[in-house]
Design a binder for this molecule. Structure first.
Ligand SMILES: [Zn+2]
Length: 437
């Protein structure tokens, strides 16, 4: 017999939210029982949702473990209701651009992870020949930059090099879409608007266009990372309408922050592409509502506090929000009239589907029992010392947020950040390999 966890508000894959019992056996969901069945755990009116899946996380270990590491990142994830992350191929050393480098990263992660962890590979100039072997070794796809990545060992590709990589392997390609020819030199300024002006939305639109053209020419699947400019979302929609196999994401910071409210010198708000204005932000929400944007993921990209110092030109660009993504998005989504099932679609089921993890991100028979008991009505104030990220640098300090993660189960086992790590390393499934062809 399995154990049954019951709630009056269970989020199901069809978008419905209602009373049900979730039967768990050997780490999997074995039944979803309607109504109010006898239960071992009764959550009352707490929402029972699938654990979130965050496909955009920079863990940075090995090599830059002083920025973030597997233990700290996955503890933060667990605290934030995220039960699966997929790690980006850069800022670790070596970057994950070959099967040998993937083996180094997997060895570094092994035994340290509090949630399940998968890996992306990287496409850089000159490594197209390494991509098939790296794909066969289990990465979920390949990330490429069209503009400077911020680290010298992960150089950007030209659109021609992107096509070459796409032609070398049948896989999902992720693109950081900013056109270097349309980016200005950021002035050494403490004024946020000067930084934002140096990375205009036109640079995103142009690069998204180049990425879609490459995907169209090669028949590849392409996923546009961290869209910040709503016009770039419109370019995605147009590409999809003409048959390009494209998906796209945005991030909590673009959905919740406003360029006009960034204080002078507040480099904790710096990320690339940049946070833009409130009118653009409204249009990003509209793009989520109409399905142009598929998913919301963190782009958790920490560094040391020292590297976040200085002016907007010199400071490291990246925001660490793995632990806060759910309450950030839920607070804003609820205020805009969305419900918890929308958030689950954007932050759990959608990202799981992106990477072909059909047994993650949903409360369905056969799925892993990665579950979160979430109080959608409780609120809290963000206190940096409550964050499990290695460095508690955050633009959200002092923010009042709604939505508290009360309990987390990983494959049926109740877990907390203080427990021994139970996460597993994930590899792309053979099913996905078939679909990518
Ligand atoms: Zn990133």
């Amino acid at each position: 017999m399995g154990r049954v966890i019951r709630s009056s508000r269970v989020v199901l894959p069809d978008g419905s939210v209602g009373p049900a019992g979730v039967e768990v056996r050997d780490g999997r969901i074995t039944a979803v029982l309607p109504g109010r069945p006898a239960a071992d755990v009764d959550l009352g009116d707490l929402v029972l949702m699938p654990g979130l899946v965050d496909t955009h996380v920079h863990v940075n270990e090995p090599g830059r473990t002083e920025w973030e590491g597997f233990a700290t990142a996955t503890r933060a994830a667990l605290a934030g209701g995220v039960t699966t992350i997929v790690d980006m191929p850069l800022n670790s050393l070596p970057p994950t651009v070959s099967a040998a480098a993937l083996a180094v990263k997997r060895a570094a992660a092994a035994g340290q992870c509090h949630v399940d962890v998968g890996f992306w590979g990287g496409a850089i100039p000159g490594n197209a020949g390494d991509l098939p072997e790296l794909h066969a070794a289990g990465v979920f796809g390949f990330k490429a930059f069209l503009a400077d990545s911020g680290v010298p060992e992960f150089p950007p590709v030209t659109p021609a090099e992107l096509r070459l990589a796409m032609g070398a392997v049948s896989a999902l390609f992720l693109v950081h879409a900013e056109d270097p020819d349309r980016l200005g030199a950021a002035p050494a300024s403490l004024v946020y608007a000067d930084f934002e002006r140096s990375r205009p939305g036109a640079a995103e639109c142009s690069a998204v266009g180049a990425a879609l053209d490459a995907a169209e020419a090669t028949g590849s699947r392409v996923h546009v990372l961290h869209i910040s400019d709503a016009d770039a979302a419109a370019v995605v929609a147009a590409g999809r309408a003409r048959g390009v196999r494209v998906t796209a994401e945005t991030c909590p910071h673009y959905l919740t922050l406003d360029a006009a409210e960034v204080p002078d010198g507040a480099t904790e708000f710096k990320c690339c592409p940049p946070i833009r204005g409130a009118a653009n932000r409204d249009r990003l929400w509209a793009a989520l509502a109409d399905g142009t944007l598929d998913i919301v993921v963190s782009d958790h990209s920490p560094s040391t506090p020292a590297l976040k110092q200085g002016d907007f030109a010199g400071a490291w660009g990246g925001i660490a929000s793995l632990q806060l993504g759910l309450p950030l998005v839920w607070t804003a989504a609820a205020a805009r009239g969305f419900d918890v099932a929308d958030v689950v679609r954007w932050m759990a089921t959608g990202p799981a589907d992106l990477v072909g993890l059909r047994h993650k991100g949903r409360i369905a028979v056969g799925a892993d029992a990665d579950l979160v008991a979430f109080d959608p009505d409780a609120s809290f104030t963000v206190a940096p010392d409550g964050l499990h990220h290695r460095h508690p640098v955050t633009p959200y300090a002092g923010r009042r947020l709604t939505g508290v993660v009360r309990r987390v189960w990983l494959r049926g086992v109740k877990v907390t950040p203080g427990d021994p790590p139970r996460g597993r390393l994930l590899a792309r499934s053979a099913d996905l390999l078939e679909e990518a062809r």
